[in-house]
Structure formats: structure tokens, C-alpha cells
Design a protein around this ligand. Structure first.
Ligand SMILES: [Mg+2]
Length: 384
């Protein structure tokens, strides 16, 4: 029996944390256990889980290790523990695929598609200069784009603000035409009171979906709002495990789920979430503004999920400033899209090969990324 022998963590720029697990027989697996803005906390959780539960274990027993990490410590779930578990899970799947010389998706039943549609962000955190960004992306070959339309929002906004939001979206729609998917991320900034009023103004330009229409944690309220508009609703980057997603399905509050492979329990759990969503005729768009291992893990689940609609990826993402998705990847072509699609990786495990000497050079240089903190006119905190 092979056993998990050692592990290393790489905190690397732009803001990524990679986990390398090695087995006694010399197999190596990579995972990306990261919660953006909480790198050190997540790394600490990975160390505790690896040392307390994973070292010495048979890496073939991924499901049992998953249950042990989830249930074995009494306290369970939440962003930190689930992000740590997610990266460990990804690395164990990478090892398993390499052991048998096949892509992970072949161990999960085999692919149902050859490639997956991808989208690109435009415009950063605020909606400035989105029109030019959209034109540039379409000329690069993207057929699907996502943007913010609202910056900082008051709980109840003026007609002027609503008009500006609609104008921004209309301008982008007019610039790219009707044959491009244009998704909108509200980032949880819009209040329950304002959602329908704003969403109605956007509907004539047919958004692909509205993401995080209101802040998570109100599935019933969101279900009621959704019944009043036609635009598909997407959410899930701030939910962890099947249990967090369940009320959104039960309340008929979503059309598209967006679990993050590095937050929601890795490959093991996200396959289950996709399956659960399918039972409600809900599609999947796995969240991934992260690095190469997280994206490679997403592609494995996209491969086997009939209801995978589209895949996020971070090529050119504003948070990556000066770095790019493929910087540490030897077979960079695997993560490089063409005509708005990414092909499924064909290599064993997750299908990407990392440049370990490049990683060693920048280890410890991961940026202390923090999200902006926004305040309303009266000084109280506003959603970013
Ligand atoms: Mg989002």
C-alpha cells in the first residue's frame, strides 16, 4: 500500500497557494487550497489537516480522507476548513490519476464533452472602461464576458444610479452585439429592496445571468425575487459543501450554481453538488478567479457534469497584475482557450505540469491580497 509521505506549500504571486503532496512510492499531486485574502490562515489549516489526518494514509482512499477531514474534527464546513480540504482533495485526485495514467475525469465516469465554454472578466472591480475591455476581449476570441455594473451601492439608491447601471450595461451590449453572452456580477452589493427595480431595467439587454444578486444567506428572499424577473440567477462562490447549496435549490432561488473547486470541497464534493443541482434542472458555472491547479480541477468536473454551462478562468484577470494563469505551467497550452472554449486536459491526473524550479524561486512571495473595504456616505460598511 502506498502512503502519503510529505507535503509542501507554495505561497506564490500573484495571490495563490499551491499544495504539493508526495507519496512513499514517489507520486506527486498538486492542489490549490486558498481562500483569497486569508492565505496564512488557510495554509495553517492545511498544515493541521495534513499533519493530523493525512500523512501516512493510503492516498487511494480519497473519499474516506475527505470524510475524515470534514467530520473527524467535530467542527466542520466554512471557508477556511473547506478551502484547506479542497486543496488536499485536488492533490489526492491528481495522485490517483497519475497512478493509473489517466485524466481524473476518466476515473469519474469519463467525459460528456470535449471542451467547455469559458468567459472572461471585463472592467475590474468597478464598471469603468468596460466598453473598450469588452471589444478587446471579443477580438481575442471570447464569446462570453462578465462584468460588474454597479460600484458601491446604498441600500436604497436614487433613480440616477439605477439609470447609470442600465446605461453601462446597454453600452456594452451595443458594443459587442447580440451574439455575445454578457453576464453581470452584482457581487452581493445590491439590496433586496433594489434588486427587482434594477434587474428589470437590464432585462431588455438580455444578460446571460446575474451573479450574487443579493448577498448570500437569504435563500427564501432570493427565491421570491427570482420569481419576479426573467434573467437567470447565479451564485455560490461563497457557499461551502452540499449543505450550503441545498436551501437555494429548495427555495427555487437559482438557475446556475457557482461552487469554487478550491472552497466548496474540491473535486469530490463539487461532482456531488453538480449532481444535486441537476435534479433541480440547475446548471453549473464553477467559480475560478484562481490559479492553474484550481482551473485544471474545474475542468475535470466540467468534463463529467452534463449540466456544466460555462467555466470562469483568470487569464487577464485584474487581480493577477503582472502575472498570468500559465506562468508556472510547463504545458501552458492546456489552460489556453481557443475561440471561447477550453479543451479538456488529456494528461494524467489534473493534466497540468508545474515548473517546480519556477515555483521554488517565488515561494513565499505570494501577495497579501486584501479586498477593498468600502464605506457608505454615512461611514457604515458597504458590500464590496
Ligand atoms: Mg462573483
Amino acid at each position: 500500500m502506498d502512503s502519503v509521505e510529505k507535503y509542501d506549500l507554495y505561497s506564490i504571486p500573484p495571490r495563490w497557494l499551491l499544495l504539493k503532496i508526495e507519496t512513499a512510492e514517489g507520486l506527486i499531486g498538486w492542489g490549490e487550497p486558498i481562500l483569497e485574502g486569508r492565505t496564512k490562515t488557510t495554509a495553517g489549516a492545511v498544515e493541521e489537516l495534513m499533519e493530523g489526518y493525512v500523512l501516512g494514509k493510503n492516498p487511494e482512499r480519497i473519499q474516506d480522507i475527505w470524510e475524515l477531514l470534514y467530520r473527524g474534527g467535530f467542527y466542520r464546513g466554512g471557508p477556511i476548513l473547506m478551502s484547506a480540504l479542497s486543496g488536499i482533495d485536488q492533490a489526492l485526485w491528481d495522485i490517483k490519476g497519475k497512478r493509473y495514467g489517466v485524466p481524473v475525469y476518466n476515473l469519474l465516469g469519463g467525459p460528456v464533452r470535449d471542451k467547455i465554454k469559458i468567459y472572461s472578466w471585463i472592467g475590474g472591480d468597478t464598471p469603468d472602461q468596460v466598453v473598450q475591455g469588452a471589444i478587446n476581449r471579443v477580438s481575442e476570441g471570447f464569446k462570453s464576458l462578465k462584468m460588474n455594473v454597479a460600484g458601491k451601492m446604498e441600500r436604497i439608491e436614487t433613480p440616477l444610479k439605477v439609470r447609470e447601471i442600465a446605461r453601462r450595461f446597454r453600452e456594452v451590449r451595443e458594443a459587442v452585439g447580440p451574439d455575445v453572452d454578457l453576464a453581470i456580477d452584482f457581487h452581493g452589493r445590491v439590496s433586496k429592496s433594489m434588486f427587482v427595480r434594477i434587474a428589470e431595467k437590464l432585462e431588455e439587454y438580455q444578460p446571460m445571468f446575474i451573479e450574487e444578486p443579493i448577498i448570500n444567506s437569504h435563500p427564501r428572499e432570493l427565491g421570491e425575487l427570482k420569481s419576479k424577473i426573467q434573467t437567470p440567477i447565479a451564485l455560490g462562490e461563497r457557499l461551502y459543501t452540499r449543505l450550503d447549496f441545498r436551501p437555494y435549490l429548495e427555495e427555487r432561488a437559482v438557475d446556475i450554481l457557482q461552487p469554487d473547486l478550491s472552497h466548496a470541497g474540491g473535486i469530490t464534493e463539487c461532482v456531488k453538488i453538480a449532481s444535486m443541482a441537476d435534479a433541480y434542472d440547475v446548471d453549473m458555472a464553477f467559480h475560478c478567479p484562481l490559479g492553474p491547479v484550481a482551473l485544471a480541477a474545474c475542468l475535470q468536473v466540467d468534463a463529467v457534469s452534463h449540466n456544466a454551462l460555462i467555466q470562469e478562468q483568470s487569464l487577464g484577470l485584474h487581480y493577477n497584475e503582472g502575472f498570468t494563469l500559465t506562468d508556472y505551467v510547463v504545458n501552458a497550452e492546456v489552460l489556453t482557450g481557443e475561440n471561447g472554449y477550453l479543451s479538456l486536459p488529456e494528461g494524467p491526473g489534473l493534466g497540468i505540469e508545474l515548473d517546480e524550479s519556477a515555483l521554488a524561486e517565488v515561494e513565499g512571495m505570494g501577495r497579501e491580497w486584501k479586498n477593498p473595504v468600502w464605506r457608505s456616505e454615512d461611514g457604515s460598511l458597504a458590500e464590496w
